[in-house]
Design a protein around this ligand. Structure first.
Ligand code: AVJ
Ligand code: FE
Length: 439
């Protein structure tokens, strides 16, 4: 992991805060004020809520706690506390209007720069390695990804634009064998890792095969054409009940156009590209596809071993390709492109074992419930992850094209309800390795 001096940390924090704010500004300036206060879906907050909530979290942790400064707007804490008001109710609240929200986040950020200039990154655990700053950078970027999902749900002419992602490169085999044995899961040393990623622990994983690339739309067409949505054999009991009740027939945002599938993506209608990873499927759809294909979803430990384990050294890496931070050659991250790259892209981002696109492109559903690691210690607040542990949430790994590099570590854990489809989630399949296949 990085060992940075105080001035290097200050520069990294400033660069990361700026990048996050540039993105929040882009996402909120792209639409008019009416669109900012509107609820585009019951599943989402109005964009203007996310914006002021970003500022409020930053005020709570960096201005008041780390900085020890007077509150900027103590009166609005309650409005922007995600646990006080469910998303569906937020448009009815007396929120800051767009002009006020923009002024608020600017005022908070100015104070944070002042706090940063005098900060010492030692003494308290909260400031060691600038953790609190890193936590707030990741908080803003996670809300930026949520706002990007709100943009995808928004109806209207396109307002976001980005270049096309890079093309696919051939892969050697459709599946990769991950050998049996222990590996190090989680991290004790990554300075900005969040509480649920800690700490490092040894996990034994039996030999298994994992798909070299995420499941594509083309493969998903076959599942649909084979009647996959109509055959309860492939679905779990809960999955089938949901499939019937929600009348699922295809991934979210897809529609039939004669004999082909089209989809709306950030306001643009296009034929669904066969070579792209499927996205906007729920856990139950992923599970059903895998069963139909004669496979299963990987567990969270399997996913992380495939992503991090280096058989040559026996070590777990920070990223599939090694310990260096991502570059645009490694992975499709940060909203640099507004879609996943075709399956097989980013050969330089492959893991030691040759698995591609584990980081970026689409979040990947795993088979695992969101549970604490052995020795979990909540830090610094229980509402980040502790209150969500349990069987209600499934873990997603790897980040999407809308995930920033500050979040997309190979140890990062995301979670959501198994019915959710508005997030940028796809999956890849795994299967047990049989003794005759080892060798
Ligand atoms: C980790 C993505 C599930 O968006 O609910 C944002 C991140 N936590 N504000 C979420 C988060 C508090 C969280 N996820
Ligand atoms: Fe939040």
């Amino acid at each position: 992991a990085r060992e940075l001096g105080a001035e290097e940390l200050r520069a990294l924090v400033a660069k990361s805060l700026d990048r996050a704010r540039e993105r929040s500004t882009l996402l909120t300036d792209a639409v008019d004020d009416e669109d900012l206060v509107r609820q585009h879906s019951k599943l989402m907050s109005p964009l203007v809520w996310d914006l002021a909530h970003i500022g409020n979290q930053e005020e709570l942790w960096l201005v008041r706690d780390v900085g020890g400064r007077e509150p900027v707007r103590i009166d609005i804490d309650e409005l922007y506390d995600a646990f006080q008001h469910p998303r569906a109710d937020r448009p009815q609240l007396p929120l800051l209007n767009p002009t006020e929200a923009r002024a608020y986040v600017r005022e908070v950020r100015d104070k944070v720069y002042d706090v940063l200039s005098g900060a010492r990154f030692e003494g308290r655990r909260l400031t060691e390695n600038a953790f609190a700053f890193g936590m707030i950078v990741q908080h803003e970027q996670q809300h930026d990804e949520t706002m990007l999902a709100t943009h995808q749900l928004r109806v209207g002419a396109p307002v976001l634009h980005a270049p096309e992602p890079p093309p696919a490169a051939p892969v050697a085999t459709p599946e990769v064998l991950v050998p049996a044995g222990e590996f190090t899961m989680g991290t004790a040393t990554e300075p900005w890792a969040l509480d649920n990623e800690r700490t490092a622990h040894q996990v034994h994983v039996d030999a298994f095969f994992i798909d070299t690339v995420p499941v594509t739309n083309g493969a998903y067409f076959e599942f649909i054409a084979a009647g996959g949505y109509d055959d309860p054999r492939w679905w779990s009991e809960a999955g089938w009940a949901h499939r019937v009740e929600a009348k699922l027939e295809a991934p979210r945002f897809w529609a039939r156009d004669g004999d082909r599938w089209v989809r709306t993506r950030f306001g643009v209608v296009e034929p669904v590209p066969a070579d792209e990873p499927v996205v906007h499927v729920c856990f139950y759809e992923a599970q059903a596809f895998a069963a139909w294909a004669g496979k299963r979803l990987p567990t969270e430990a399997e996913w992380e071993k495939a992503a991090r384990f280096d058989p040559a050294s026996g070590r777990s890496r920070r990223f599939p390709w090694g310990d260096e931070d991502p570059t645009p050659e490694h992975a499709n991250l940060g909203q640099r492109h507004l879609r996943p790259a075709p399956a097989g892209a980013y050969p330089r981002g492959a893991s030691a074992l040759g698995v591609r696109q584990l980081i970026g492109d689409v979040w990947e559903w795993t088979a695992s419930d969101f549970l604490p690691y052995p020795g979990f210690a909540m830090f610094p607040y229980p509402e980040y992850s502790e209150v969500f542990f349990g069987p209600d949430y499934k873990v997603l790994r790897g980040g999407s094209f809308g995930t920033d590099e500050s979040v997309a570590r190979a140890t990062f854990r995301n979670w959501d309800y198994p019915i959710r489809r508005q997030i940028f989630a796809g999956f890849r399949c795994a299967r047990d390795a049989h003794p005759e296949e080892l060798g």
